[in-house]
Design a protein around this ligand. Structure first.
Ligand code: NAD
Ligand code: DAU
Length: 354
């Protein structure tokens, strides 16, 4: 059996990816390495927790001895690295936590891989990264793999730095690596601090829907399992040392997306048309808020034949149904410190001098 580490496998994208690999590849033994921060939840993987080719390891990726022990014990031959602090708003409040996990943690994993793989070429370190490393677009154009890095938030600066370390280990030590930079994902199991699940959950509870600034910022949305399929293809067939952009070709202004969600939620909840939209509240903008992200995924399509398969209409409908049917999951993940954190941030955002 081939032993593969997936880091951050208890988070949103990671849990979908772990399930995908465990079920599709019985000849792979998947080791899910996750610290279980507020964003990690083993309930995401309840259905596969007893699979014979799956093991969970509660570990911090910054813990070098523990990571090295895993490589040694299992003869690990692949790493798909997703563990990260992932929320831009939190990075503005607490940048060092992002440097610690995203930069130091990634480099700790690279060191372990280099130490145990030595000069092997039949192994792979795959770094799952973000389109935010490219900065912000104006109304026109797309990010390609050649777009210069221009990160503008502490989150994107930490992800850009980790991308640079991954490339540095390829060029300096010959470590076989690959990187992908993806646009905004959505789907089940996303922590409800992110736009789509936050709006769905607040609508269910009749709470205000905070839209930053004028809601004119644009994001390119991708169904999370289409991202997982792209990762699968790149892991198996991507060219070593290369970067692949992944995107949904599905741009939405935040305010248009929030109105769409309001209409879909009115229908789903049997509420009068317009009732959810009445909860919309324009609040103080995110500092340094990137205006627009849009991905050109031509390279991935031409080289590996990938394209998104789930329409936004279908994906949003599935997402809404999932959140309506999994209120206990939502209650569990937002219980404790998160609720206080959210209320405090929301109160600050409605202050005129925030
Ligand atoms: P998430 O916040 O839902 O999950 C992150 C996971 O990492 C959690 O399970 C958490 O417990 C774990 N983790 C955090 N710090 C850790 C540490 N020090 N050691 C071990 N585990 C730790 O994130 P996500 O949205 O699923 O994103 C996963 C990856 O994909 C991230 O690297 C992110 O930058 C990237 N990405 C996300 C998106 C998106 O739209 N969500 C888009 C492009 C790229
Ligand atoms: O582009 C990929 C990135 O997408 C990933 O790398 C990040 O991990 C992921 O969190 C996401 O970053 P964004 O900052 O784009 O996602 P978020 O859901 O936080 O915000 C989406 C947009 O909605 C953004 O323009 C800010 C806005 N927003 C967000 C929240 C939470 C609001 O207007 N109100 C809100 O309450």
């Amino acid at each position: 059996m081939k032993h593969i580490i997936i880091t951050g496998g208890a988070g949103f994208i990671g849990s979908h990816l772990v399930r995908h690999f465990v079920l599709k590849y019985p000849n792979y033994w998947i080791h899910n390495v996750d610290k279980l921060t507020y964003a990690g939840n083993l309930a995401n993987l309840k259905d596969i927790e007893n699979a014979p080719n799956y093991t969970f390891h509660k570990l911090d990726i910054c813990d070098a001895p523990a990571i090295e022990f895993l490589f040694e014990k299992y003869f690990v031959e692949g790493v798909i690295h997703l563990a990260a602090e992932s929320h831009v708003d939190r990075s503005i409040l607490e940048p060092l936590a992002f440097v610690h996990t995203n930069v130091v943690g990634t480099t700790t994993l690279l060191n372990a891989a280099r130490k145990y793989w030595k000069d092997r070429k039949d192994v792979l370190f795959y770094h799952v990264s973000t389109d935010e490393v490219y900065g912000s677009l104006g109304p026109e154009g797309f990010f390609t793999e050649e777009t210069p890095y221009n990160p503008r938030s502490p989150y994107s600066a930490s992800k850009a730095s980790s991308d640079h370390f991954v490339r540095a280990y390829f060029h300096t030590y010959g470590l076989p690596v690959v990187i992908s930079n993806c646009s905004n994902n959505y789907g089940p199991y996303q922590f409800p601090e992110k736009l789509i699940p936050l709006m769905i959950c607040n609508i269910i509870q009749n709470k205000p829907l905070p839209v930053y600034g004028k809601g004119e910022n644009v994001r390119d949305w991708l169904w999370v399992l289409d991202h997982c399929q792209a990762i699968d293809l790149i892991f198996h067939y991507g060219r070593v040392g290369e970067t692949y952009n992944i995107g949904g070709n599905n741009e939405w202004r935040n305010i248009d997306l929030v109105y769409l969600l309001c209409n879909l939620m009115d229908e789903a909840l049997g509420r009068p048309k317009g009732s959810s939209a009445s909860l919309i509240q324009f609040v103080t903008d995110r500092p340094g808020h990137d205006l627009r992200y849009a991905i050109d995924a031509t390279k991935l399509r031409n080289e590996l034949g990938w394209k998104p398969t789930v329409s936004f209409e279908e994906g949003l409908s599935k997402t809404i149904t999932w959140y309506l049917e999994n209120k206990e999951w939502v209650e569990e993940v937002v219980s404790g410190e998160y609720q206080q954190y959210y209320e405090k941030q929301y109160q600050k955002r409605i202050q005129p001098n925030f």
